[in-house]
Design a protein around this ligand. Structure first.
Ligand SMILES: Cc1ncc(COP(=O)(O)O)c(C=O)c1O
Length: 401
């Protein structure tokens, strides 16, 4: 048995590609200075690395605007708070889905309870896809934002961004997308999907470290600054600069974090270039890498789903038909066994890491009536999962059942 069989990539991808570890270490040693805060050669080079990372991420997400609108934050939660709190005011209406993570649910709940914002939580089908008709009917004259989780971190179901983007455009609302579970695994085209603010986290499918995330703010969207402080520019001004990224980036950035994203972007491009016969630009190479990563991960999760269907007493959440738009995450329960107990046995007896509980998405568990069982057991293979790991997982669940 291996020391660990990691099936918790929806929580964070692990391991990271080797160049990510190497570049974070080497860049922090060679350029661990404060960028933008001094004119030294090292500081200028550190700033250059950050600028390059903004530019690569803009291309990665199909954003043709000014890369200065690619803003670094702590994580997706920070980005979603910044987007929502920077956009809506008392008297505004916000639409979210019942598939949301607490990063959105709790933020919306606080806006509703503490700031006089009204919130509609749109339902999903039994399979975990957003009810577009219900979404359209929820739109009001004062709807300021529609917030959508691109892929459910419980079910793995992927939503149709372009359809929601079109509705948002029609009603003049800002479309805010939570790409925590899809960035790096499902292609995203900000322009084509009509996205106003794209939020992402660094440590999942983007293969960066924890503690860095970001958001891309479309040219026609303006967000209030979430906090105020030093930016290294316009220091004589008593107030936060208006321009991006400084409006939303007060204080020192995580150089190792951004370096990790930088190396990961290069890794995506190289992986994609190997898939493509001819030379191509950063976006095209990354798109090829994303397709390859998604196909690899889906092979694993489809095998897992097929295997679980053959184990009596195991029930997966959702139907798991092969033609559904999905990422490689699924959740299941075993009759009569609380989710937590199942996950503890997998860990203790088989060295398998999964995640049991509500996965910070309580409304999904409410609709699947899995709260009483303590949620469900979530399995999420990743790009570095091996076929033998899947064999071990299925054997272990079969044995335990
Ligand atoms: C769908 C979704 N949104 C938001 C988040 C929050 O990400 P972070 O903890 O990196 O802010 C997660 C993390 O699990 C997630 O799965």
């Amino acid at each position: 048995m291996k020391e660990n069989y990691y099936f918790d990539n929806a929580a964070t991808t692990w391991p990271k590609p080797e160049p990510v570890y190497q570049f974070m270490d080497s860049f922090f040693r060679s350029h661990g200075v404060n960028p933008g805060r001094s004119g030294s050669q090292l500081a200028v080079e550190a700033e250059q690395m950050i600028v390059e990372t903004r530019s690569m991420l803009a291309q990665f997400f199909g954003f043709a605007g000014d890369p200065s609108r690619v803003v670094f934050t702590l994580n997706a939660t920070d980005s979603l708070n910044t987007a929502l709190r920077g956009l809506v005011d008392a008297g505004d209406h916000v639409i979210i889905s019942q598939l949301e993570h607490n990063a959105v649910l709790r933020t919306a709940n606080h806006l509703e309870r503490d700031f006089g914002v009204s919130v509609t939580r749109v339902a999903h089908s039994d399979d975990g896809y957003l009810d577009l008709q219900a979404l359209e009917s929820a739109i009001q004259g004062n709807t300021k934002a529609i917030v959508l989780n691109h892929a459910s971190n419980v079910l793995g179901t992927v939503q149709d961004l372009s359809a929601v983007g079109a509705l948002a455009r029609q009603c003049g609302a800002c479309f805010i997308v939570d790409s925590a579970q899809t960035a790096g695994v499902v292609p995203i085209d900000m322009q084509q999907s009509g996205i106003g603010v794209l939020t992402f986290t660094g440590h999942k499918g983007l293969f960066g470290p924890m503690g860095v995330g970001g958001m891309i703010v479309a040219d026609d969207v303006e967000l209030r600054a979430p906090r105020f402080g030093g930016t290294g520019v316009n220091s004589e001004s008593p107030f936060q600069p208006d321009g991006y990224p400084h409006r939303l980036e007060a204080g020192t950035l995580s150089i190792p974090g951004v370096a990790g994203l930088h190396a990961a972007q290069k890794w995506f491009a190289e992986l994609g270039a190997q898939q493509l016969a001819e030379s191509a630009d950063h976006r095209a190479c990354c798109q090829a890498a994303i397709a390859h990563i998604h196909a690899t991960e889906m092979e694993h999760v489809n095998r897992i789903a097929a295997g679980l269907k053959n184990i009596p007493a195991v029930h997966m959440l959702g139907s798991h038909a092969e033609d559904q738009a999905r990422v490689s995450t699924l959740s299941f329960l075993v009759d009569g066994t609380p989710a937590q107990q199942m996950s503890e046995m997998l860990d203790a007896d088989y060295h398998i890491s999964v995640r049991a509980g509500l996965h910070c998405a309580p409304l999904v568990h409410e609709s699947f009536q899995t709260i009483a069982a303590g949620g469900a057991v979530r399995i999420s293979p990743g790009y570095f999962t091996e076929a033998a790991d899947v064999d071990h997982l299925l054997q272990a669940i079969g044995d335990l059942v």
